[in-house]
Design a protein around this ligand. Structure first.
Ligand code: COA
Length: 256
């Protein structure tokens, strides 16, 4: 990874992680997942970090996993960087704030389900095209999305892979507020600074209590998804989907 693909900036108690791989639509490589996982692990133990912001660019949040990586170097073990990142995110004890503009594909949307506050640009477009790629959901989205949206809405998003916009996401309770794209990241930062100013022990205890009832189920769902995701990733449907994307053609699933 170019060390600029994920920018990290700490100021006034807020660690900001910014996707910055614009030429590839902020798609996330294994090296970027490793950097994200390491940053969260360090932030967890660093008393100077009191809140974390995850953000992208005002035109694109993230095109999800790097599909060339999926094709050439799929995550091979349970401690692969992508899973380390997701487990770090799931169990992160301090407040997580996201700023999302433009496309948020795959993990670009599912990571938001683990954030405490989510601010979206009016240009935000969320999509979960796992099935269309021959894959299954990750980040416990197979549990969290039906829980938040209800089964039939989650089925449109996860089975049909239908994208949805900021208004829909706000109505479904996936984002807190819709803003002009140019204001999203600064607003997310401002909210994180407000959190950073609060008494940390009370804040961390409150987040833990809010998540207590679902914590075990989320961990179980993530592990179950991981068991299915790996074989699908190496299967013929996914290989065809990734090759088709790289070759800029429509996938042919007639034989899979
Ligand atoms: N992995 C690897 N490269 C990606 C990528 C991804 N997930 N998403 C985009 N890119 C690359 C494209 O290959 C292209 O590279 P090139 O300039 O070398 O040809 C570049 O980023 C620009 O992408 P492009 O598709 O031309 O941009 P767009 O504005 O027309 O569309 C998206 C943006 C995000 C809608 C579209 O790129 C897309 O659908 N990406 C794939 C999303 C996906 O399926 N992610 C996996 C989820 S599990």
């Amino acid at each position: 990874m170019s060390h600029d693909d994920l920018l990290s900036h700490a100021e006034a108690g807020v660690l900001t992680l910014t996707f910055n791989r614009l030429d590839k639509k902020n798609s996330i490589t294994a090296a970027m997942y490793a950097a994200l996982a390491d940053a969260l692990a360090a932030a967890r133990d660093d008393a100077a970090v009191r809140a974390v912001v995850i953000q992208g660019h005002e035109l694109i949040f993230s095109a999800g996993n790097d599909l060339a990586d999926f094709l050439n170097d799929p995550p091979a073990s349970a401690d692969a960087p992508v899973w380390r990142f997701l487990h770090g995110l799931r169990s992160f004890p301090k407040p997580l704030v996201a700023g999302v503009c433009g496309a948020a594909v795959g993990i670009g949307t599912t990571l938001l389900l683990h954030c405490d506050l989510v601010y979206a640009g009016d240009n935000a477009k969320f999509s979960l095209p796992f099935v269309n790629l021959g894959l299954c959901p990750e980040a416990a989205s197979s549990l969290l999305l039906p829980a938040r949206l209800g089964h039939v809405r989650a089925a449109e998003a996860l089975l049909l892979g239908e994208p949805f916009g900021a208004e829909q996401a706000a109505e479904w309770g996936l984002v807190n507020r819709i803003l002009p794209p140019g204001e999203v990241n600064s607003f997310a930062q401002a909210q994180a600074r407000r959190l950073a100013d609060k008494p940390q022990s009370a804040l961390v205890a409150t987040k833990r209590l809010m998540k207590a009832a679902s914590a075990d189920a989320v961990a179980t769902a993530m592990a179950a998804e991981g068991e299915v995701f790996g074989p699908l990733l190496r299967g013929p449907a996914a290989r065809e989907a990734f090759s088709a994307f790289m070759d800029k053609r429509k996938p042919d699933f007639s034989k899979v």
